[in-house]
Design a binder for this molecule. Sequence first.
Ligand code: WTA
Length: 669
Amino acid sequence: MSETEETLANLLKEDRRFEPPADLAADANLKEEAYARAAADREGFWAEQAERLSWDRKWDQVLDWSNPPFAKWYVGGTLNAAYNCVDRHVEAGRGDKVALHWVGEPVDDKRSITYAELKDEVSQAANTLTELGVEAGDRVAIYMPMIPEAIVAMLACARIGAPHTVVFGGFSSDALASRLEDCQAKVVITADGGYRRGAPSALKPAVDEARAKAADLGHTVAKVLVVRRTGQDLGADGWDDAVDVWWHESVEQASTDHTPRAFDSEHPLYVMYTSGTTGKPKGILHTTGGYLTGAAYTHWAVFDLKPETDVYWCTADIGWVTGHSYIVYGPLANGATQVLYEGTPDSPERGRWWQIIEEYGVTLFYTAPTAIRSFMKQGREIPDRSDLSSLRILGSVGEPINPEAYVWYRHVIGGDRTPVVDTWWQTETGSIMISPLPGVTHGKPGSAMIPIPGVAAEVVTEEGEAVPNGSGGYLVLTEPWPSMLRTIWGDDERFKDTYWSRYEKQGFYFAGDGAKKDTDGDLWVLGRVDDVMNVSGHRLSTTEIESALVSHPKVAEAAVVGAKDEDTGQAVCAFVILRESALGDGASDEQSDIVAELRKHVRKEIGPIATPRQIMIVPELPKTRSGKIMRRLLRDVAEHREVGDVTTLADSSVMELISQGIDSGKGED
Ligand code: WTA
């Protein structure tokens, strides 16, 4: 049985069902009728959702799909995203409502910020950015820890119409440099450092390095705006007066008066880089009106948000799309009160998250399966020490949630009262596409269930035919949606190729995921079908890591696969052929030195999340006659399975060589 078939067979055995709680159902934001209403008049439904926002000028046309795959939503409408996330709540008399309960990693380092305060800070930052020469359309990179200033920075960019690109603070200076260059960022906003696992961890030096590397690539960053978070020493060369500007000496001194300007609905809001099947990250472009509509609507519908009483917490980092849609744009557009936490779940101790839920009375909680699995391993005694009875809805995102983790989450964290919404979406989709509605749809552990009202998804064959219930295929979106990506930054061709060429005839968006419809027609997302891995809910491209390995002088060739991993979903496993000059006498301590060196190299090139769990030094790689690496066979080795069909290999003895090397323990890390 193939791996996919095995998964399918296991999933078919899942027959647990959880009905929505009666009180939640009675008072739910969206009711059953919404599905039919949206299907009958999709554009009418999306027009209704766009009314959640404040528009300076109303649109003339909901959707212009005359030039697919390039969509325009709310054509002719104008609005300001930051005004929608901040000012309008203040104008409506809710200025004293807390927007952010910020919790720093060091205990007792906390700050609650009201919407009125947020408005002042965003205005100050907008004034400073303007003073630094940023104009509408200029790109600004944000490389920051999870502090309130990160959100202020994003909103300040949106306010002046400068698309931001937030780069995850765990990425290396190389990764930052390539993004700075790709989107030609004029200004970088960063901090001296942030707290990770109880210790300050520097960020500013990586920005300096990235700025130098970008300069080598021909791109000059004009200014770097720096928040003082840790107060750590920046070193003698760590500050350049011509470029670097302290946040507290500029933003905090600036005027709190700033009039937001209305931008076209299709004005670029941000670029978020994500992994694709080639080494070069894709800059996913989102625009203003459609994106904000999608983020606000889904956050309201899927979390059944009651802004007056709910306290919401999403544990994602703002460096990922989840942080964009479900920390910044969705919740703030909806005027929610939320928790923002700087640190790691286990600092200073393993119960930190649960203490935060108790302290702030969190009602809606959104996290990732990888975190849930790690808590499961630690045992329920830890969450049991905190009072989690405030919780009413739990969400999951980033990768398929295995049924056992789902049930544990619902049972131990949710006290069996809370629905679990397993939300499927992507950087490209901008907002949640497939998920149960907590007051309407029953839950099945492991299934994302059905598309939310307004969204049209299908599981299709290679030829684009819908598969019958009980079968698997490729997940596609069959109708355009407001928060869809508009293109890949600077590369319309790649945009068309990657997402729209596979089902060009049908006009479907191809998501790159495999999925199955069960006998009820509910959807089970099975994971990526391309060469993209999912490690702890983060997308990594195999080729990107291979390129990093091959850039090391001792490496001749490299192949990377994602192997199943109990904790992280998938783990990076690399097979490496060394250059002859690096082979030495093959002594095992020499090999383990090289393995350590290579792991360090990948960490430096991309970042710690890409560090291979395992690097195997091999004499050959399995290739087809046309030279394509057969990753399927390497995955068999990495997952300790019997190696599958080798008949299409150019040289079928290769796998024996690899297996022998592995069995003798050589090169294992
Ligand atoms: C996977 C994160 C199963 C999927 C929002 C998708 C999921 C990729 C789920 C997007 C889920 C995300 N069930 N798989 N609920 N959510 N995925 O762009 O493979 O970082 O294509 O966006 O994560 O990852 P991205």
